[in-house]
Write a protein that binds this ligand. Structure first.
Ligand code: GAL
Length: 750
């Protein structure tokens, strides 16, 4: 195996130093030889040189290769994986399994700084992925065109940046050439996506000569993307996984199966979630929850914000008996109204918490908001932390949790979370812990559900690599509407889920536009944590706080109900997309480039997305009465008017403020349900199947109990819908014997 120029540099430097010393004097030579003699002997015995390790290549699974050099760190994403690799799923993939990269062109270096890796790229190659950043899309693009850029993977609570920092920085990327690369590290790594010019690689790139502005001097020159440089601090070796395509989508599927497959929500997790005002106690919460039911606003999940705890920043994990005098009764009454309960918390543990003293030895050596930072990388830390959660929440059969404040502030002069120099009993330092904190926290709080064989669908503010199997959706305090849409697309490249939640708005129009994106996302959340009244009664925060209602609030809530019903109509369709995510790794929501990789327009399209296999959504933004929509080649149909549209071109959408432009791919079957207000154990959806365009491919509905993990052991039916002109058939196969979930009540065509 050729190790490449990068690996050979250290040896060359040593030889040069030796030559220079040999020219110096005899004493130096004697000194040098006395140092080198034992070292040379030791190296001969090991058969290796410390700074030019060899590259070991192994097949990890069909279509997945592990490259290894040097001595990788112990604490990496694979070390803490959330689920075993789905070897059966990977073996079932029939597409090409040949190594997509030229190994001879891969080089690496280990130095005091850490280690680095050079990977070949080709001119015109686009790169996507790296987690939930919300500003960037094709990561080879910067202001000067395709010049490459640096993507610096750091967890942050301020994701609206073009640096690569995000709530979930993931060291995985997928190339338009149809392969994926995962660098197994929890360090804050940088990826230079073509923006490097290695001396070892022939002629250099000119800066272009004299300029008369500093922007001209230092702005990105137009140059050829040719090499990916990965810079990993501290580590003295790495494992890198390469995923074959041959399409981008297959490379992403392989990465997700390598992670263990995608998370399957409970059916109720696909419904609407409303999060109540943080200052509300039991009485106000019950009254508000009842009013949503009275107004027939669809809602499955109720979120209780910090107010349930006696101390919230940091957390006591003890109920505030003034606000919630009867926790058992409260949870029971909410559940009796059909709500699934989600409770807010973060991990930092307040001294008043009953677990504080026991948790102390299993915590970091720095406090946050006066609370301990549990070391979730230790079994003891997890166990003790969980005990208080069980007492306060899980023993009351709550259905899910929101795991807040687990990200970091790399760009802040006054970060509130723990420093990178924090030491943890497990041996993790603060940098590693910041990368892994969200994943370890999710795993810890997932456990009680796993033990009961139950599914959950929670929220989290930080994640990292291999997060596919984790049943948590990311959210943010950031609020830019376009960033929210881009986050949805980017999540699909990296095995992540995203909740572009709705809070308040500057206008009713903005409120509708935001809600239209929320209902077509992984989790449809209205997060009213800082407003006492539902936003459809008053979208303006200040007025909402003062109980000043909009004069047309009734009309607004009627439209909101309809928008939320759109979500409910899509539930069976979306449930199928998630079942396929779980089994095949195919993301349920995707950027167009994943389905049309050869289409240059699709490659740059960062504000349209596929919602499942058949529906293309083109969100509109407040203040813009029309938008350009690009439809890839093929036949399309307007979801609302059923009008046929020829693809392969851009059209103008002028949908009014109550409607999001949606397009259905020709040749598909689209099952839409009669909307229910919330999902109950026996819910059976009445479904109308639309046969869209000519020669529709079959559609599979997945039927199971909707809440347990029994589906994984075969307690599942697949209901195959088939249409041929006006002839239809329904084939049911599988071993689920519970109440039927679907009743096909009609077939239509458009
Ligand atoms: C924020 C979180 C919000 C809300 C709030 C409650 O940090 O992002 O969604 O939960 O805390 O204090």
């Amino acid at each position: 195996m050729k190790t490449g120029m990068h690996a050979r540099t250290a040896l060359a430097e040593l030889a040069e130093a030796l030559a220079q010393m040999l020219l110096l004097n005899r004493a130096s030579i004697i000194a040098l030889l006395s140092v080198l003699a034992p070292l040379t002997a030791a190296l001969a015995a090991r058969g290796a040189e410390p700074h030019s390790p060899t590259l070991q290549v192994a097949v990890a699974a069909p279509g997945v290769w592990r490259l290894r050099f040097g001595k990788p760190e112990k604490f990496t994403p694979t070390h803490f994986r959330s689920a075993p690799m789905d070897t059966a799923g990977l073996a079932a993939m029939t597409s090409s399994q040949s190594m997509p990269l030229d190994l001879a062109k891969i080089s690496f270096r280990v130095s005091d700084r850490g280690c680095s890796l050079l990977l070949p790229m080709q001119a015109g190659e686009s790169i996507y992925g790296f987690g939930l950043h919300t500003v960037l899309f094709d990561l080879t693009q910067s202001k000067g065109g395709q010049t490459g850029r640096r993507v610096f993977l750091k967890p942050t609570d301020k994701p609206e940046n073009d640096l690569g920092e995000s709530h979930a920085p993931v060291p995985f990327y997928v190339s338009s050439l149809g392969y994926g690369v995962f660098v197994d590290t929890a360090r804050f790594a940088s990826f230079y996506t073509g923006d490097v010019d290695p001396v070892s690689e022939g002629a250099g790139r000119s800066g272009g000569g004299m300029k008369t502005s500093s922007a001209g001097l230092y702005g990105p020159p137009v140059r050829r993307v040719k090499t990916m440089l990965v810079d990993v601090p501290v580590a003295k070796g790495l494992e890198v996984y390469v995923f074959a395509g041959p399409t981008m989508l297959e490379a992403v599927e392989r990465y997700n199966l390598f992670a263990g497959g995608g998370a399957l929500p409970p059916l109720w997790g696909l419904g609407v979630q409303y999060r109540g005002y943080t200052r509300y106690g039991e009485a106000e919460t019950l009254a508000l929850a009842a009013s949503l039911r009275a107004e027939r606003i669809p809602c499955d999940v109720w979120g209780v914000e910090p107010g349930w705890q006696s101390h919230a920043y940091s957390c006591s994990f003890v109920w505030d008996k003034k606000r919630f005098p009867d926790p058992d009764g409260f949870v029971r009454k909410m559940q009796a109204m059909g709500y699934k309960m989600n409770f807010w918390e973060h991990a930092f543990t307040h001294p008043s918490s009953p677990i504080y003293d026991r948790l102390k030895p299993w915590s970091g050596d720095v406090r946050v908001w006066g609370g301990l930072v549990p070391d979730f990388a230790t079994a003891e830390g997890r166990k003790i932390f969980l005990q208080q959660n069980v007492t306060a929440l899980f023993d009351r059969n709550i259905e899910s949790v929101k795991l807040d404040e687990c990200d970091y502030q790399p760009g802040s002069a006054t970060p509130w979370s723990f420093p990178l120099a924090t030491a943890f009993p497990s041996g993790l330092d603060g940098e590693l812990m910041h990368s892994l904190f969200g994943v370890l926290y999710q795993q810890t709080l997932w456990r009680p559900f796993q033990e009961k064989g139950l599914r959950t669908w929670g929220m989290v503010r930080n994640s990292q690599a291999l997060a596919g199997p984790l049943p948590y959706v990311l959210y943010s305090d950031s609020y830019d509407a376009r960033c929210y849409v881009r986050g949805l697309l980017n999540a699909g490249f990296s095995g992540l889920l995203w909740d572009p939640e709705v809070r308040t708005a500057a206008s009713v129009e903005e409120f509708y536009r935001r809600l239209q994106v929320a209902v077509l996302s992984h989790d449809a959340v209205i997060d009213s944590w800082f407003i006492p009244n539902p936003p459809w009664e008053q979208v303006d925060r200040g007025k909402n706080e003062r109980n000043e209602f909009m004069p047309d609030r009734q009309a607004v809530s009627d439209i909101v109900r309809k928008l939320l019903q759109l979500r409910m109509r899509f539930i069976p369709y979306l449930y199928s997309a998630f079942h396929e995510y779980q089994a095949t790794g195919k993301p349920p929501i995707r950027a167009l480039v994943l389905d049309w990789p050869e289409d240059p327009k699709a490659r740059q399209m960062d504000d349209e997305f596929m919602f499942g296999d058949s529906v293309l959504a083109a969100p509109m933004f407040a203040g813009e009465p029309q938008r350009q929509v690009y439809l890839p080649a093929g036949e399309w149909y307007d979801f609302w008017t059923h009008a046929p549209i020829r693809g392969g071109r851009t059209l103008e959408a002028t949908n009014g403020i109550e409607q999001i432009p949606l397009f259905v791919r020709g040749g598909t079957l689209l099952p839409l349900a009669q909307p229910v207000e919330f999902i109950q154990p026996g819910t059976c959806f009445d479904i109308t199947v639309s046969s869209v365009g000519s020669r529709a491919t079959d559609f599979t509905l997945y039927e199971d109990d909707g809440v347990t993990t029994a589906f994984a052991k075969g307690a599942q039916n697949q209901i195959v819908l088939h249409a041929d002109g006006d002839q239809h058939s329904i084939r049911r196969r599988g071993h689920y014997r519970g109440p039927a979930r679907y009743r096909i009540t009609g077939w239509t065509r458009f």
